[in-house]
Design a binder for this molecule. Structure first.
Ligand code: PEP
Length: 261
């Protein structure tokens, strides 16, 4: 019997999609999907413009609100940026940091990720820190080396208590938005490696950190992925834009979870 650490954690990253009405409609459908999802941590991550609308829908429900990014300063002359205290004020509990699109399109580095994680924790937010290799690194057999570098630099200087509030999202870049998912075995290998490294660096808090998988997750693949011992849930992009798909992913993960209890 696999020893599961925690119920599924399923977050939907809506990216730069959905107007206000569409965002609240989608949130309402997910929140109203049924009491069977109560065992699952559900996090909705709309664009900044829809945070207020979605906050109104998730208030009083079991679902939580997250943001897609933050800046490391609290306030000031940083046109276009949003800070941790602002997100907290907007009722966010979580924030994505270092998503591969931020790294690849906007030039974020492990060093900026580190500053953002620090700012998130200081504001009382739980950072969801995204790491993962590109295809050339996987093909060259350098996946774990890449992961080690991202963890070492991105999380340098944090404490065990910080790690207890941090979620790691392993997202192989070649699987994001491509329809090409890592196999359960490929994902498990990297998740187990991450857990081992976090355990070495942060003891119990590191070893019990939530480590979620992202990359073309759908209802059809979430059950076998969640069956793997070190996969604690999912960060979902495309499939989170449709209530049936997102809820289906959560239900399939819950099915795997309940079989193991
Ligand atoms: C993501 O953007 O984090 C993601 C995993 O996207 P998708 O599910 O569309 O691959």
């Amino acid at each position: 019997m696999v020893r599961r650490r925690r119920p599924p954690f399923v977050a939907g990253n809506w990216k730069m999609n959905l107007r206000l009405r569409e965002a609240s409609d989608l949130a309402r459908k997910i929140v109203g999907a049924g009491p069977d999802l109560a065992d699952c941590t559900i996090v909705l991550i709309p664009p900044f413009t829809a945070l207020g609308a979605v906050a109104g829908v998730v208030a009083g429900s079991a679902a939580a609100l997250g943001a897609q990014d933050l800046f490391w300063e609290d306030q000031g002359a940083y046109t276009g940026e949003v800070s941790g205290p602002m997100l907290k004020d907007a009722r966010c509990e979580y924030v994505l940091v270092g998503h591969s699109e931020r790294r690849q399109i906007f030039g974020e580095t492990d060093e900026t990720v580190n500053r953002k994680v620090r700012a998130a924790l200081k504001a009382g937010l739980s950072p969801i820190v995204c790491i993962g290799e590109v295809l050339a690194e996987r093909d060259a057999g350098r996946t774990l080396e890449r992961i080690d570098g991202q963890l070492a630099r991105g999380l340098a200087g944090f404490s065990r208590e910080d790690m207890a509030r941090t979620i790691i999202a392993y997202e192989p870049v070649w699987a994001i938005g491509t329809g090409r998912t890592a196999t359960p075995e490929q994902a498990q290998e990297v998740h187990a490696h991450i857990r081992g490294r976090l355990g070495e660096s942060y003891g119990h808090e590191g070893a019990t950190c939530a480590i979620i998988y992202g990359g073309s997750v759908k209802p059809a693949n979430s059950y076998p992925l969640f069956k793997e011992e070190d996969i604690d849930g999912f960060l979902v992009g495309g499939a989170s834009l449709e209530a049936g798909g997102f809820v289906g992913i959560a239900r399939e993960a819950l099915r795997a979870y309940r079989e193991e209890k």
